[in-house]
Design a protein around this ligand. Sequence first.
Ligand code: COA
Length: 333
Amino acid sequence: MPKLYSQITGWGKYAPANIVTNYDLEETLDTSHEWIMQRTGIAERHIATENESTATMAVAATHDALAQAGITAQDLDLIIVATSSPDYHVPAVSSTVQAMLGADCPAFTLVTGCTGFVYGLVTAHQFIVNGAFKQVLVVGVELVSRFLDWLDRNTCVLFGDGAGAVIVAPSETPQGVLGFDLGSNGADGHHLMMEGGGSSFPMSYEVIDQGKNFLRMNGREVFKFATRVLPKSTLAALANSDLAVDDLDLLIPHQANARIIDMAVRSMKFDRDKVFVNLHKYGNTSAASIPIALVEAIEEGRLATGDIVALVSFGAGLTWASAIVQWGPTRAR
Ligand code: COA
């Protein structure tokens, strides 16, 4: 069998039409547009309405990805849905997505917080390069707004909802995922967590009274972790791909905070013009942040054939995940 590479052949994104600006948040919270912009770079975020769910957003993004790849849902061999905000604990939202798409293939959900999409892409890469599957759907989707305490200004201003999807397929030309870096430091997991609703604190009136059903964060600790790990993981993934910073044409970091991105880019001495940022429009969409940014970068003509792009994420766990991708022709040949 010839050596196989894993190529991204299709992509799509979805963001709810409903937009909540910082000015809207000023109405209900002790905060200001200036504070949020200055500390995070976020101006607005998309928030799902009642008729939307994690599964419907994933499916909407997938339809575009399938069309771009020139395949149908029946052609899919595997579905990986990365999310920490599924429709239900059980069944896995990946199976709901599989049924809604009308696909006939295995499906699983991957839960690593904001790094889920890159973990999923690297997992898809394994199935492709070992020849097990030919068409793998990877979705990063988050409906985090339903898990936020909208009275907690430390967290609710930061996040937004959305979905991004890619199709990964085999190619015999060296391109697609060239290398990666994955990591986890669970000892610091308490800095970003939702305590309630799992087996430690099953949902109860007490859990709700204590507000444990919401996402909580130690912003300063997460900030320190993120500024440290973003350059470190970028460099590790580049080294794993036998490349250096100078080889990078585009860096797509997890869209959490503009200050985190700026500090990390400065510490790598990387050209800020080669960094893609769209968090002002979306906030932190967690597992959806990298695929939404990737799709927008493509739409804005920021990626040409042969370009080397780094997808670099960090988040709950605490985890990190980076992949180096060589951008190829849009269809696998
Ligand atoms: N509006 C106004 N004031 C706010 C606020 C808001 N939305 N959120 C927090 N504050 C207040 C704090 O209560 C604090 O007030 P105090 O000094 O009276 O206690 C003050 O602003 C400064 O808080 P601090 O935590 O020092 O601010 P910061 O500069 O560290 O910024 C974050 C806070 C959350 C923006 C920042 O820590 C951050 O971005 N962390 C990483 C978060 C992240 O990206 N998480 C997801 C990772 S996947």
